[in-house]
Structure formats: structure tokens, C-alpha cells
Design a protein around this ligand. Structure first.
Ligand SMILES: [Cu+2]
Length: 356
């Protein structure tokens, strides 16, 4: 009779463990594994899920089973049997968990030592974190800098990370690894991306108001694509190395912000007034006033086009959202090249060169 209960509860424990294990792995579904480190880390996760499922089931099944099957019946007024403990049982349920916890500790430590071990052919990428953006630098490739983390697949990577302000944390869930980025020191993170694809670094240490937006794209490319990217980046002029006038001309063109679609620089009138001879020109506004074009007026006309309308032209034609688009581009350049650029100033500098 006793044996029957024990057998039954044991069977239930096994079934619940299996169900719970599948439930846990379905709820805590891990993202794609895209690095060599993901394998051993996922295995650790699954072993822990296994132990959690088994012990939760073992305890709950026996408690619930006992409470239901051996409950007091309405007409039963007898005392329960006196039990004085069981030394053997107590030793067992102390020793086995200690062995399991120590075993998991040793196993976890081994995995950690393994995945943080230096590799002979590491590629170094320097990571700079700040409120609230990331930038990356490639010392092996003439210090190319980038706002995106571009990596070749199957190449061991060593990140050397520093922070300009507060503590941030580098985390790409698909790579499984995570490391704090601390001001005043360089922290190291090693991994080998194994799957080409698009991922995202997210800051995993709350670091201020825009913490949630502290993201940067990560692209893992084939060797060829990576070499092509490096070559392209090495051929590209840096915005920081151009003069404001040269940058202004780029912003003016279709490659930049497309002012050229509406403003000529040779005196022809298209949709908007020509920029030839614009700086210092006396201009009639459609409200009858006149104005001499200076820097303040140019800045206002660019950022807030409807503030003053040039006589003979229409309001609501020039896009009103340059302020935001410039800010985005400026942030991108700041992240990639570490310099602050004022696009409006570049445009004004360029416009000033257009006087005969
Ligand atoms: Cu952060």
C-alpha cells in the first residue's frame, strides 16, 4: 500500500519535471545563438532549467499529493502518528544539494574561464560608450571609426571598452556575453561571432534618461564583405577632415540634404531663391519689409522656413524638419568620428563662398 503511493508520486514527479522543463524553455526562449560562446552558455542555462524543473516538481508533487490523498476524513478523530525525524533522510537532503550546488559552481567557473580565455589571433575593436551612444574604432585598420559595429564572422574579437561618463554595459543577446563599460578603466570582452546577420548592442546598465535608446547596430559579415567594408571606409573622406565650406557643399547636394533640388548656385531661379550672391543681399519679404541677409537670418530661414517668406516665393514648400534631420546626422558623425559639427554653420559657410 505504502509502495503504491511512493511509486505513484515518483511517476508524477518525473512527468511534471519533463513538462515543466519544456514549459521553462518555451517561456524563457533564448535568442538565436550567433557566437561560439553561445553554445556552452546555453548548455548551462538548460542544465539549470533541468534542475529547477526537477526540484520544483519533486517538492510540489509530494506536498500536494500528501495534502490531497492523506487529508483528514470528516469522521476521523484520531491523532496522527508521532514522527521523531529521520537522520538518514536529513543527511541525504543536505549532502545531495551541496554536491549539486558545488558541481554547478565548478561547471560555471570552467565555462567562464573557457569563454574569457585569450585567443591567438584576436582582432581588437575599441568601444567608446557615452550618454547615450556607442562608437567603435579599429586599431588594426588605421583606426577607422564607425557608429556601427561591423565584424567578420568566425574571427575571435577582443573588445577594449571605455566610457566617457557613467557606467554602461555592452550586451548583444545573440552573442550571450555581457560586460560593464566603466569610466577611468578599460574593460575587455571576448567573443567569436559565428553567424552573419544583423544584431544590436544594447546598453545593459541604466545610465540616464535616454538609456533605453542607447543602441547601435551590429553587422556580422563574411570575410569578403568585411574587407570590402574596410576598403570603402579607408577610401571615404572623414567629415572632420573637410573644411566647413566643403562639408556645406556636400550637405547642399542630393547626397546630403538635397537643397539643390530647389536652390541653384548659378543664379537661375528654381523652386526657391538662388543662393548665388545670397549673403549680404538686400531682400524683400512678402510682408513688404526688407532684410539684409546675414547669419542669423540664414539660420532662421533654414531651421524655420516659414518664419519669413521671400517675396515672390511660396510658404510651406521648403521642408520644415531640417533641424531634426541635422541633429541626427550630427549625432552620427559625433559617434563615428568624435567631432561635433554644426551643419547649419557648414551651409552658411558654403553660401558665403557663392558671392561673385
Ligand atoms: Cu548606457
Amino acid at each position: 500500500m505504502k509502495k503504491k503511493h511512493l511509486l505513484f508520486a515518483t511517476g508524477l514527479t518525473i512527468i511534471t519535471s519533463i513538462l515543466l522543463y519544456f514549459l521553462l524553455t518555451a517561456i524563457y526562449r533564448l535568442p538565436t545563438s550567433a557566437s561560439a560562446e553561445a553554445g556552452p552558455i546555453d548548455q548551462l542555462f538548460h542544465i539549470h532549467f533541468g534542475f529547477i524543473a526537477f526540484f520544483f516538481s519533486l517538492i510540489m508533487v509530494f506536498v500536494v499529493y500528501a495534502a490531497l490523498v492523506f487529508r483528514r476524513r470528516p469522521d476521523d478523530e484520531t491523532d496522527g502518528p508521532h514522527i521523531h525525524g529521520h537522520t538518514g533522510l536529513e543527511i541525504t537532503w543536505t549532502v545531495i544539494p551541496v554536491i549539486i550546488v558545488l558541481g554547478l559552481g565548478v561547471y560555471g567557473t570552467n565555462v567562464l574561464v573557457d569563454i574569457t580565455a585569450p585567443q591567438p589571433n584576436e582582432m581588437v575593436v575599441k568601444v567608446h560608450a557615452r550618454q547615450w551612444s556607442w562608437s567603435f574604432e579599429y586599431p588594426d585598420y588605421e583606426n577607422i571609426s564607425s557608429a556601427e559595429l561591423i565584424l567578420p564572422a568566425n574571427q575571435p574579437i577582443r573588445l577594449e571598452m571605455d566610457s566617457e561618463d557613467v557606467i554602461h554595459s555592452f550586451w548583444v543577446p545573440e552573442f550571450r556575453v555581457k560586460q560593464d563599460v566603466v569610466p577611468g578603466r578599460t574593460t575587455i570582452l571576448r567573443f567569436t561571432p559565428t553567424q552573419a546577420g544583423d544584431y544590436k548592442v544594447r546598453c545593459a546598465e541604466i545610465c540616464g534618461k535616454q538609456h533605453a535608446n542607447m543602441l547601435a547596430p551590429v553587422k556580422v559579415l563574411s570575410d569578403q564583405e568585411f574587407t570590402a567594408w574596410v576598403d570603402e571606409r579607408l577610401a571615404q573622406p572623414l567629415f572632420a577632415e573637410l573644411t566647413p565650406e566643403e562639408r556645406g557643399e556636400i550637405w547642399y547636394s542630393a547626397e546630403g540634404f538635397g537643397c539643390a533640388a530647389c536652390h541653384s548656385v548659378d543664379g537661375t531661379q528654381i523652386v526657391g531663391p538662388t543662393w548665388l550672391g545670397l549673403f549680404g543681399r538686400e531682400e524683400q519679404m512678402d510682408d513688404g519689409s526688407t532684410i539684409v541677409v546675414d547669419e542669423t537670418y540664414l539660420r532662421e530661414s533654414i531651421l524655420n522656413p516659414n518664419a519669413k517668406i521671400v517675396s515672390g516665393f511660396n510658404a510651406n514648400i521648403m521642408p520644415p524638419n531640417y533641424e531634426q534631420r541635422f541633429a541626427e546626422k550630427q549625432a552620427e558623425i559625433l559617434a563615428a568620428e568624435g567631432v561635433e559639427i554644426d551643419i547649419v554653420e557648414d551651409l552658411i559657410a558654403y553660401i558665403k563662398t557663392l558671392n561673385e
